[in-house]
Design a protein around this ligand. Structure first.
Ligand code: NAD
Ligand code: DAU
Length: 357
């Protein structure tokens, strides 16, 4: 791992991962390859922008020429592929972009890697790696009493987002099987933490609560997610890159499964505690049940025995501490938040998603 191309490095997890990688590896070059869609934000990397080991290359994963140029120019030996359309609600209102970015974009990345590493350079396969970052949503939804998903669980994606990620996982696996492209895949549960785009549940709830706005809970709020602090996810990916077996997939999860309503109530209680004089306390009074997400998955639960047994990974953050840190991070980064929230695209999305609920 010398010259690493991180796709989607200006997004939530990608930006945290680049920071993590620069902290963990001394002799490394990290190229952030990102199209800067609505979800990409270079301000999330302002603290490391001047690091000589880091550089930004604006580019689209669907554009073959741009991808090829980045691989050649920086002599990339490792690709960590985060770039994607990631919001389930957006995939319901506009699925096409998900197929284009997540399926065709991943295909373009795979073709470019195969051509550069295996055909042109004839690189020893132990020297290169395509790491694909995927999601637990490919497994569908668990009924009460069903066991947590393992790496052997058959895929059953329910949303256009999940289906597009499942397709991309299959493509990656097929490039390993057919062409011998060295790859690893991680399927991770819901992340939270610093720099998460403020259209996902946790930042929406924190920011609305601070302003005394309604806290939208879809349906009955009893849907269960498996929450993981983003730093723990970054550590897991780094471990898989350094010690994971080529050709393997690994599940990553937070080892906790609260209902969405519990998450929302916990954030309200944290704000009551750290802002005792807030005119909006008790913040739980702001909770508003709204129309459910169509096809809403009920429950996720990841079995993480493989990554803990093989690589010794465990999440370090408890949900309680992680949520407190996250609330404090959003409180202490008002400029980062307002630079996104003032954009027309953001306001348009919030209206489109919430006004008719
Ligand atoms: P995000 O939406 O915050 O960021 C996505 C990034 O990808 C943005 O910087 C965007 O500009 C970039 N991008 C989008 N289309 C692109 C294109 N065509 N070319 C180049 N760049 C493009 O996403 P995130 O939440 O950080 O998720 C990153 C990855 O992790 C995704 O693959 C997602 O499926 C996966 N994942 C996310 C979670 C989660 O909870 N957020 C959990 C498991 C897996
Ligand atoms: O499970 C991993 C996935 O987690 C990732 O693959 C996705 O990229 C990521 O966006 C996330 O998907 P979710 O749909 O689970 O995340 P979101 O934050 O949108 O929603 C979390 C839960 O909260 C979900 O059950 C829907 C619910 N929700 C969401 C929003 C935005 C609400 O109740 N109210 C809301 O306003």
């Amino acid at each position: 791992m010398k010259n690493v191309l991180v796709t989607g490095g200006a997004g939530f997890i990608g930006s945290n991962f680049i920071r993590y990688l620069l902290r963990s590896e001394k002799d490394i070059k990290v190229v952030n390859f990102d199209a800067l869609t609505y979800a990409g934000n270079l301000e999330s990397l302002s603290d490391i922008a001047e690091d000589p080991r880091y550089l930004f290359a604006q580019g689209n994963i669907c554009d073959e020429a741009q991808v090829n140029e980045a691989l050649h120019e920086h002599q990339i030996d490792t690709i960590v592929h985060f770039a994607a359309e990631t919001h389930v609600d957006r995939s319901i209102l506009g699925p096409r972009q998900f197929v284009e970015t997540n399926v065709l974009g991943t295909f373009t990345m795979l073709e470019a890697a195969r051509t550069y590493w295996l055909k042109e350079k004839g690189q020893p396969v132990e020297d290169v790696r395509f790491h694909h970052v995927s999601t637990d949503e490919v497994f569908g939804s668990l009924k009460p009493g069903e066991l947590a998903w393992t790496e052997e669980t058959p895929y059953a994606p329910n949303s256009p987002y999940a289906a597009s990620k499942a397709s991309s996982d299959h493509l990656v696996r097929s490039y390993g099987h057919t062409f011998g492209l060295p790859f690893t895949i991680t399927n991770c549960s819901n992340n939270y933490g610093p720099y998460q785009f403020p259209e996902k549940l946790i930042p929406v709830i924190i920011l609305n609560a601070l302003e005394g706005k309604p806290l939208p809970v879809y349906g009955d709020g009893q849907q269960v997610r498996d929450w993981l602090h983003v730093e723990d996810h970054c550590e897991a990916i780094h471990l898989v890159l350094s010690k994971g077996k080529s050709g393997s997939t690994y599940n990553i999860g937070g080892e906790n499964q609260p209902a969405n309503l519990t998450i929302v109530e916990t954030i309200c209680d944290i704000l009551d505690e750290i802002q005792p004089k807030s005119e909006h306390s008790p913040h739980r009074n702001l909770i508003k049940f709204v129309t459910d997400r169509p096809g809403h998955d009920r429950r996720y639960d990841m079995d993480t025995h493989k990554i803990s047994a093989e690589l010794g990974w465990h999440p370090r953050h408890t949900l309680k501490e992680g949520l407190l840190d996250t609330v404090q991070w959003y409180l202490s980064h008002p400029d980062w938040v307002s630079s996104i929230r003032q954009k027309q695209e953001y306001q348009g999305w919030m209206d489109a998603n919430y006004k008719s609920r």
